[in-house]
Design a protein around this ligand. Sequence first.
Ligand code: GLC
Ligand code: CA
Length: 559
Amino acid sequence: MESVHPAWWKEAVVYQIYPRSFKDSNGDGIGDLNGIREKLDYLKDLGVDVLWLNPIYQSPNVDNGYDISDYRDIMTDFGTMADFDALLADVHAHGLKLIMDLVVNHSSDQHPWFIESRSSRDNPKRDYYIWKDPAPDGGAPNNWRSCFSGSAWKYDEKTGQYYLHLFAEGQPDLNWENPEVRDQVFDMMNFWFQKGIDGFRMDVISMISKAGYADGPLCADGLYGDYTDQCTNGPRVHEYLQEMNRRVLSHYDCMTVGENANVNPELACLYAGEDRHELNMVFQFELMDVDGGESRKWEPEHPWKLTDIKKIQTRWQTGLDGKAWNSLYWNNHDQPRVVSRFGCTKDEESRVRSAKMLAVCLYLMQGTPYIYQGEELGMTNKHFDSIDPINDVMTRNAYFEKTQRCGESVADFMKAANYISREHTRTPMHWDDTANAGFTTGTPWIPLNPNYPQINAAKQVGDPDSVYSFYRRLLALRKSDKTFVYGHYALLLPDDEEIYAYTRTLNDEQILVVCNFTDHDVPCPLLNDWQNTELLISNYNTPGNPGSLRPFEAVVYRK
Ligand code: GLC
Ligand code: CA
C-alpha cells in the first residue's frame, strides 16, 4: 500500500454558508444563526461534513461582516452568543463540524483598538495599525489603490497622519509587526477553539506581512499603483503563521484554510506544506483569473478557454501531490455562480446538465471540496439592469471610479458586473417557491434572484434527476473510495478544447473522469478503452453512443 498522509479534513467536504443570505428565522429579512440551525438536516442529508460560516462577529457591516468591531461577540443581526453555542452544539450533534472566518488582516474602524489608536499619536494602541506621515505634498504616503477602489490610505485630521486600508476605509489594516497585536489575535483564536469550533478559514492571510511602502507599478488606468508585490507573501508571513501554529493551531484537532491571493503551487507548498506547521491548505486564485476575473475584473470581456482551466488545475494537482493539499472551489461569496460562468444557462436542460458536469469535474480531483450555498441547486447569476440594487461595496465603489473617474461606459461596466460581481452569490438561498423563496417572511435585506420558483430546494430534494440529488450521489461516491481523496491525478487530452479528462490512481486502482464542456456531441475515443469497466456515475440516465459524449455529459469509470 502506498503511504498517503491521511487526515479528516482531506476526506471532508465543506459547505460554505453566507449567513446573511441563508435563512432568516425571525422575519427581519436577514439570515441568522437560528436559521442555520433549522437547516442542519438539509445539510446533513446532502452529505457535507464541515460548515464554513462567513463572518458572524459584531460588525458595522461596511463589508458584510469582514469589518469586525468585536471579535468575541456575535453580530446583533445574526443572534446572540447563546444562539451561537446552541448552533455549535447542534452542528456537532449532527456529526458535522464548524469552521469560522478569521478576519485579522484588518479590523473595523469601529473596533475599540482603532478608536484608541486614532485618538492620539502617543496612544498605547497607536501601533496596532499602520500610520504614516503624509507625502511631502500632503497627499497619501504612496500610490496604492485599495482593493475596493480609491486610495488605500485615509487621512485622519486629528493626528495628521494617514492609516492604511487595503480594503474599505472602514477596514484599517492591523500591524502584525506589533507583538501585542499577535498576542491579541492568538488569544481570540484560543477563545473560539475553547468554545469547540473546528477550525478557521483565514481571510486574505497572505497579506498580513507588508514588505515595504514604496509606490507600486501604475495600474492600467494610471490613477493608482498596485500594492500586490509589497502586500502579499511578505517577508514575515511564514514566521507569523508558524507562531500562530505553535501558539494556537497545534493545540487542537482543527482544520485551516488560507485565502491566499497571489500564490502559485510553489508558494502554496510553503503555506500548506506537510512539514511546514502553518496551514492545512490554501484557496488559490489562478483558476478564478482564467477569464481575467481577478486581474481584469471590471473589463467587459471575459472569455475563457478549457485548455487554460486544465493547465491551471493540472499545475496545482501535480504541484501539491504528496507535498501539500488543494482546496477545490468553483465559486464563493466573492465570485459569481459557477453554472453561469463555466456552465450553460441557455435552457433548463443545459443548466441542470452542466451544473452536474462541473461538480464531477472539480470535486473528483485531489483536494477538499468547498460547495457554496445554492450551488447544489444549480443557482444562477442574477441580471442587474443598473448599479442601484447592488449592495456589494466592491462593485459599487468600482462602478463610481470606473464610470465617473475613468470615463468607462455604464453599459461596459454593467456587462462586467453581470458577469463577475460578488453580488451574484449573495442573493438569498432558494428554499421553496413561496414568497421570497422561503428565505424570510419579512422584507429581504437584498433582492432575490427572480428565478426561485423554478430553482429551489423543495423542488429538488425529492427529485432523483435534480442537481441536488446528483450532488448527494456524487458526494457519497467520493466518500466511498479513498482513490478519490488520495489518488494521484493525471491529465489526459491536454490540448482538447471541449473535453476535460483525467485519471486518479492509487495502488492498483484507477478511476477515469471525463467531462464534455460543450453543448454538442463530441467524439471521445478514449472511452473505448474503458467500455468493460465499472461506470460509477453519469449525469445521463441512459447509455450514449460508444466512444462519444453527449452535451455536458460527465462519466466516471473505475478499473
Ligand atoms: C476577502 C473576503 C472578502 C472581503 C475581503 C476583505 O477577500 O473573502 O469578502 O471583502 O477579504 O476582508
Ligand atoms: Ca433574522
